[in-house]
Design a protein around this ligand. Structure first.
Ligand code: HDE
Length: 703
């Protein structure tokens, strides 16, 4: 197992570390419970009463303190990205880029820079299900030697809107409607599609969120993007533009919509559990950090405005250059202290990196700092360990709520003339050599509320995204839009969207119109700028073209029952584990099942709690009597019929045919369903599982 990243100081088991070094209880032996004031508690079961059956006494300072604290346990959830999951790790630079940036993080090859990454959904509240159709946040705090750099990105390289002033409207429209307070964590409703279709700048992003990108199989199997164009600045003060990319070494993978709906019911914590389990097992996910670098010349000649966050730069035009790798290798000790209190701010950048004039980024630079004040209750949130830089911090900011690291000495202003002979510490001074300098971009022009002309192209890259998908993926996009619009009550909103789709791809518009039962295609929406229709497809935009090359990191569910062939189960387990996958045993009872060798194998899940939707591939190994017995069992039938419908690879011992018959797939078995005899069968099956899904099974669209 690799070394773990530096984390918050661990506290002794039953005492609380209140900011300083771990301490022992002042009140007595190590495990004595105390109040927050350190006074030992004699009875934590009974409040103080006037009499055994009498009224409670106000005097009970111990109960009052306990309940007071409990009453204040919650802080406001994030207004967006409320549901998230954070993990510690480190970033290691593989290739220095001094010609592009003088930032230490881009120049010290091999140095391990600690990181904290929080993944999130956008629309749902803290308790919403993980596999909602939504964008995923991918925010990383790098604790660099020159201060914290926060790369606050998403798993989609573009955004819905072009100007920060539209953000509250976008978010209001997707969040639960103000009168009824629902729907939760969904975009399939009138308000969202009303706003989106009246704001055609959303069209490119809509293609992404209607694709399988918005229902990832795991947080480990998705890309990350900084979205905006940033600047890199070298020691000479020269600047180039840059877009940041995270490429998962695990490959890309998503679930399909019907699966997502079922997973959300079976395991609303599917993504966070998956991340916790992988890291707990030492299977540390890794992402390469890549940069797309380009200059003014490219920017001036590119078909779109590089300041427009609804556009991407195809990797075929500017290749992604990999410069380092992030490894996530430690779960948090305390969810609240770390995942909840972490405060990402887009304005946290270090010397050698700079902003551009992207109007969304400019607005974000205000919003993030502002929101932390509300959420964390004061300006000293940088004193909270998860937010504190791991390099020296010296300034004259002082006081405020919950100030933890307070300056010593007399000087709290500058310039000052302390120091020298006075013997007093004069405090820190600015440093023109190493201090942060903005790129001295010349600016002139009129003060206006306008957008640049190229921002008016709303359809070209939406089309490029769509035509870059495989046929299966295109079908998923059609189905997703049809599903969402079917939940929209107002006909004119549905028609407006199909009118936009006609500017993107004729067949897509027709499929959705058919799916919605429209008699004729609604009128085309008027385009502000005529779309470019000959942009080349880009393979990088497809998930299926960028999948993994093995079953590593994936999960096999083996459903066993009485009399199942013990050798088969063992060989499946071994083959899966050898491939770097994990295995869960499912049985009719959690106590497990007695196999052919007479031994009882314990189960991880009872069948009702271990449906096939939570696995990447499944196997069923049962004795004849048991298979017949469970052929009529509904959870068993769902296990098989879902796995089959979701194009999963299925392995079985021949007795299981009784169940296949019961669910009506016995006559449809294809190359994705493998009968296990002996020999290398298990290994061949696991090799085949590396393709993740047997798409041929669902490739022909049923009308
Ligand atoms: Fe955010 N966003 N955002 N956002 N965002 C927040 O900050 C905001 C945008 C993103 O795990 C908030 O601390 C505005 C784009 C992530 O803690 C808030 C605009 C991208 C996270 C905020 C955007 C993001 C946030 C809420 C339009 C991808 C979660 C809580 C101008 C590049 C960070 C918080 C975490 C969180 C504002 C648009 C990503 C309110 C005003 C584009 C990953 O400050």
């Amino acid at each position: 197992m690799a070394a773990k990243s530096p984390k918050l100081d661990a506290s002794p088991k039953t005492t609380l570390d209140q900011g300083g070094a771990p301490h022992q209880s002042a009140a007595g032996p190590d495990d004595t419970m105390t109040t927050a004031q350190g006074v030992a508690i004699a009875d934590d079961q009974n409040s103080l009463k006037a009499h055994a059956r009498g009224p409670g006494l106000l005097e009970d300072q111990i109960m009052r303190e306990k309940i007071f604290h409990f009453d204040h346990e919650r802080i406001p959830e994030r207004v967006v990205h409320a549901r998230g999951y954070g993990v510690h790790g480190h970033f290691e630079l593989k290739e220095a880029i001094p010609e592009l940036s003088h930032a230490a993080i881009f120049n010290r090859v091999g140095e391990k820079v600690p990181t904290f990454t929080r993944f999130s959904t956008v629309a749902g509240s803290k308790g919403s299900p993980d596999v909602a159709r939504d964008v995923r946040g991918f925010a990383t705090k790098f604790y660099t030697s020159e201060g914290n750099w926060d790369l606050v990105g998403n798993n989609i390289p573009v955004f819905f809107i072009q100007d920060a002033i539209k953000f509250p409207d976008l978010i209001h429209s997707v969040k639960p409607a103000p009168d009824r307070g629902f729907p939760q964590a969904q975009s399939a409703h009138d308000n969202f599609w009303d706003f989106a279709t009246l704001s055609p700048e959303t069209m490119h992003m809509l293609m992404w969120v209607m694709s399988d990108r918005a229902i990832p199989r795991s947080l480990r199997f998705m890309e990350g993007f900084g979205v905006h164009t940033f600047r890199l600045i070298n020691a000479e003060g020269e600047s180039k533009f840059v877009k940041f990319h995270w490429k998962p070494k695990q490959g890309l993978q998503s679930v399909i919509w019907n699966e997502a709906l079922k997973i959300n019911g079976m395991d609303p914590d599917f993504h966070r559990r998956d991340m916790w389990d992988a890291i707990d097992a030492g299977d540390f996910p890794q992402w390469d950090l890549g940069i797309q670098v380009f200059d003014d010349d490219f920017a001036d000649n590119f078909a779109f405005d590089i300041l427009d966050p609804t556009k991407l730069i195809p990797e075929e035009d500017v290749p992604v250059r990999i410069i380092g790798t992030m490894t996530l290798d430690a779960n948090v000790d305390n969810f609240f202290a770390e995942t909840e209190q972490v405060a990402f701010c887009t304005q946290n950048i270090v010397p050698g990196i700079d902003f551009t004039n992207d109007p969304l980024l400019q607005g974000r630079n205000f919003s993030y700092l502002d929101t932390q004040l509300k959420r964390l209750g004061g300006p000293n949130f940088t004193h909270i360990p998860i937010n504190a830089p791991k390099c020296p911090v010296r300034h004259f900011q002082q006081d405020g709520h919950m100030a933890m690291t307070n300056p010593k000495g007399r000087a709290n202003y500058e310039p000052n003339s302390w120091g020298g002979d006075t013997g007093e510490d004069a405090g820190p001074r600015e440093n023109p050599e190493t201090g942060f300098k903005s790129y001295d971009e010349p600016i002139e022009g009129k003060k206006q509320r306008v957008r640049s002309e190229l921002f008016g192209d709303h359809y070209s890259q939406a089309r490029q995204f769509y035509i870059s998908q495989t046929e299966i993926e295109q079908t998923h996009v059609q189905d997703a839009i049809t599903f969402e619009l079917s939940k929209v009550e107002r006909l004119e909103i549905r028609e407006r969207m199909v009118g936009h789709l006609r500017n993107i791809d004729g067949d897509l518009a027709q499929q959705v119109a058919d799916g919605l039962g429209m008699d004729k295609l609604p009128a085309k929406q008027k385009a502000v700028r005529e779309p470019i229709t000959d942009l080349k497809p880009s393979d990088a935009l497809s998930i299926l073209k960028n999948g993994p090359d093995s079953f590593a990191g994936r999960k096999l569910g083996i459903y066993i029952a009485e009399g199942g062939d013990a050798r088969l189960v063992k060989s499946l387990k071994t083959a899966a584990e050898d491939a770097g996958a994990t295995v869960a045993i499912i049985a009719p009872h959690v106590g497990g099942a007695k196999l052919s060798d007479g031994k009882t194998m314990q189960a991880d899940e009872k069948i009702d709690g271990g449906p096939s939707v939570v696995f990447d591939a499944v196997a069923l190994v049962m004795g004849e009597k048991a298979a017949k017995n469970y052929a009529d069992d509904k959870p068993t039938q769902d296990f098989v019929s879902d796995a089959f419908a979701h194009a999963k690879f299925i392995a079985y011992s021949e007795e299981v045919m009784a169940i296949f018959k019961a669910v009506g797939i016995d006559g449809k078995l294809d190359k994705g369903v493998a009968k296990l005899g002996g020999g290398d069968d298990a290994k061949s099956f696991i090799d085949q599982c590396g393709e993740l899904r047997f798409w041929d099974r669902v490739a022909v669209k049923q009308d």
